[in-house]
Ligand binder design. Structure first.
Ligand code: SAH
Length: 258
């Protein structure tokens, strides 16, 4: 998978390229990253990439022309490698909110060209002409698109085959379709007793069916407590069976008795 990132601050991407499973996977050639700095495509001595907003107001706006050229260069470089058409994604708080389902879809693709905004944002004419998708990582505002892009890329890269040590582990994560979009269950490791706290007996039982049921019920309980919207969604998609519903019902009656 190839990512082409358009950014004024390529050095900000070292958390993705220099550490952990992502770095190892990049060295193995599972994914790759190329940078295109809009500053390299300016024509004035100051290498200007921004200007004041028309209509007044605070802050600066990124110029369309250096971004346009950066996208051209990224597309050219990609075409030399393969002919597949990739999305041109702008990280933006006004975009569609990113989620695990989107990460899973991206993981099946050839990657993307990702644009990191700065300042107040980007000249809308560039967005209208070149951007195919706008993506937000949440309802808050960052000072630039870099951390948002790293967040999205990290969530996609860990889903690529061969990145995690155990390919199954991503399937059991919160929000993943393997877990029907529910939240993950609690995890325990050695020692068996820590600070006087024991682990749940079922995890020592060796009975895989019971362990699986316990994990499912923990997922249901935690999701019902913290994210009832996700229970609702799973139910609407027909992902909860009779046993799940009976367990959720028992949680409700317990609550009423308390
Ligand atoms: N004026 C804009 C915010 C600009 S923040 C607004 O109010 O919508 C500067 C840049 O940071 C944006 O262009 C975008 O690339 C990035 N950014 C900030 N918050 C983000 C978020 N929640 N998700 C994705 N990108 C974000």
């Amino acid at each position: 998978m190839r990512f082409d990132v358009i950014t004024l601050f390529p050095e900000m991407f070292s958390p993705l390229t220099d550490n952990g499973v992502n770095a190892r996977a990049r060295n193995k050639g599972i994914w790759d990253l190329h940078f295109w700095n809009p500053r390299d495509y300016t024509h004035d001595v100051h290498r200007t990439v921004d200007d004041r907003p028309y209509g007044g107001g605070p802050g600066m706006v990124m110029l369309a022309q250096p971004l346009d050229k950066a996208v051209d260069e990224a597309l050219l470089a990609r075409q030399a490698q393969s002919t597949s058409v990739v999305p041109v994604v702008l990280m933006s708080p006004t975009g569609r909110k990113f989620n695990q389902k989107m990460a899973q879809e991206w993981a099946e693709s050839d990657g993307a060209i990702i644009i990191c905004g700065r300042y107040e944002g980007i000249d809308q004419r560039f967005i209208d002409a070149r951007v195919t998708h706008e993506i937000s990582i949440g309802d808050f505002v960052l000072s630039g698109g870099e951390i948002a892009a790293i967040t999205v890329m990290d969530s996609v890269i860990r889903l690529l085959p061969g990145v995690l040590n155990d390919n199954q582990s991503a399937v059991c994560d919160s929000f993943h379709s393997g877990l029907d979009g529910l939240l993950d269950s609690p995890h325990y490791t050695r020692p068996e007793i820590y600070n006087g706290q024991a682990i749940p007996d079922v995890l020592k039982s060796g009975n895989h069916k019971n362990i699986e049921r316990w994990r499912r019920e923990q997922s249901l309980r935690i999701t019902a407590e913290r994210r009832p919207d996700l229970i609702h969604k799973a139910r609407q998609q027909g992902l909860l069976d009779k046993k799940d519903e009976a367990y959720l019902f028992s949680l409700n009656t317990k609550k009423q008795r308390r």
